[in-house]
Design a protein around this ligand. Sequence first.
Ligand SMILES: [Zn+2]
Ligand SMILES: [Zn+2]
Length: 288
Amino acid sequence: MSVLPPDHHVHTSFCGHAAGSPCDYAEAGFAQGIPSLVITDHIPAPDGYDPQTRMPPATFPQYEAAVRHAQALWPGRILFGIEADYYPGCESWLEPFLRSHPFDFVLGSIHFLGDWAFDNPTQRAGWQRRPLKTIWSEYFQLVRRMAETGWFDAAAHFDLPKKFGHRLPDSVLLELAEPALQAIRSHNMVLEINTSGLRKPIKEIYPAPALLRRACTLQIPILFGSDAHQPTEVGDQFIDAMRIARASGYERYAIFETKRRYRVHPLGGGALLPNPSEQPGSSAPGAK
Ligand SMILES: [Zn+2]
Ligand SMILES: [Zn+2]
């Protein structure tokens, strides 16, 4: 088996701000040793939420058809997923939407606080309007609410507000994030290690090492995602991500298969990974 983990977070041109079809991502990913892919384009929102960054509802059948086409070409190696935003008010349509489509994997994410897209480069001025801690606190409260719905398989880019460099001290970050991590654990969600942060101004994987160590202590499983928006980004820097996971205490990662079920796989491959001497700390359970 490949030394690299599957990529659970891949966008396509259906969202209007990414390039390539599911087949383009599959070809690029498989050529570099990614064993399987979950296509997770941004969910269409019938209430008009954030229409610039997602397919319109009428296009959804074409999205599913494009994923099915790729599945036919690479049986067992492509999953039908979706990145579903959670926001107050989405409940009335989101729950029935998720229930009525045969997704293999549902990735949950938060991109808005009210009407502010805090991770949108064109809305960075919003960061000057409120105290940093207030923004982070509201964000993690939404992540907690998202987890408490029980509708999602994994939490995407868990500390996304750091994208442009708006960091908190680790102690404050851990305190604000704790209820969200507890909700993720109690609803049996998996935490995504998302390498797109390495391609953003913060130049750090989501979530930060301190959060990852805490998640490991709580025995929250992890999986890997590149958040690719072009085929060359599939599996981006996964070797580094695996090393960071190991350094945070993790010994295994989750691989989604079909119908929203996953199995765990050893993070091993030590001899093939950089810094094999970085072993999990003795305080970590390392069970996930
Ligand atoms: Zn996107
Ligand atoms: Zn994404």
